[in-house]
Design a protein around this ligand. Sequence first.
Ligand code: ZN
Length: 158
Amino acid sequence: MRNFISTVLVLAVTCLTVDLSVANSKITTPSEPRDVIIASSLQPYVFEFHGLMYDSGIEINYGSLVMIRFSSDMRSRVLGMAWGMNHNTTLININSRLFFSLSHQERRLLIFHEMAHDVFNLHHGSIGLMNTPMPKHVTKGMVDSYIVELIKHIKNGR
Ligand SMILES: [Zn+2]
């Protein structure tokens, strides 16, 4: 009887392990980036985005390289560019001539928007977060609701 119970337990554990590996194989296996360079002023927003996704069960595949930096060499009205979109890297440039005049909520919206382009390959107009240009008045409630919508969108397979 004891043997039977332990066999059942082993089977149960095996099934659980198999289920997990099947579940994981459906998602692209996140690879550890070899190099991560994020400008210090951008880190709070990148880390918040990562944390929000992580807490909702979304593991981000950043690819082999992460570079999220400022550029002073961007067109005057462009806030950011996600060069890593559709590539196995995360490469984002943020316009240093515009970023520091943005409010905290505008910065959140900008970084979350560029991250969604880059790591989820989302296009403009797909969800509220991907609307462009940036709205005139960006509130915390707006950005928070965009994040909720993004999470639903990613979980539903886009
Ligand atoms: Zn965009």
